[in-house]
Design a protein around this ligand. Sequence first.
Ligand code: FE
Length: 162
Amino acid sequence: MKTANYLFIVVFLLTSCVSEAQKDGEKSENKTYEVQNTNQEWKKELSQMEYYVLRKAGTEPAHSSPLNDINEPGTFVCAACGNELYETKHKFDSGTGWPSFDRAIEGSLDLGEDHKLGYKRDEAMCGKCGGHLGHIFNDGPRATTGMRHCINGTALKFVPEK
Ligand code: FE
């Protein structure tokens, strides 16, 4: 077989794997979440933007979320399933334009890896429904955890403390 043909087949196989991995709703392979919806059901329950962020791992525009400005005590829950994810006391202003936290509520997240930008990023997902929330970086506040959970406000709803 000619090298060119062989290369063509290799490239074809590689690209077909990529499109396979990006299929709708395939957030965490073979993982069973407590909240299981079909894509059709999620589309009905979520707004277009929520669906794009939570189910298609999209990113909202920086500085677009009203949750950026919330500093009052309370809990940030998953916009899709209500799972309690973050608390105001762990929120900080990262200057990025996305709600940022130095830690999540223990056991609330599912962690994954995202290679979409050509390098590895740690992906934060809701542990109950698998919805994409954002990414976790290690350039957070040094005085506390050193971690920065960079989260789409679209993926969250704020519940003020009573
Ligand atoms: Fe959820």
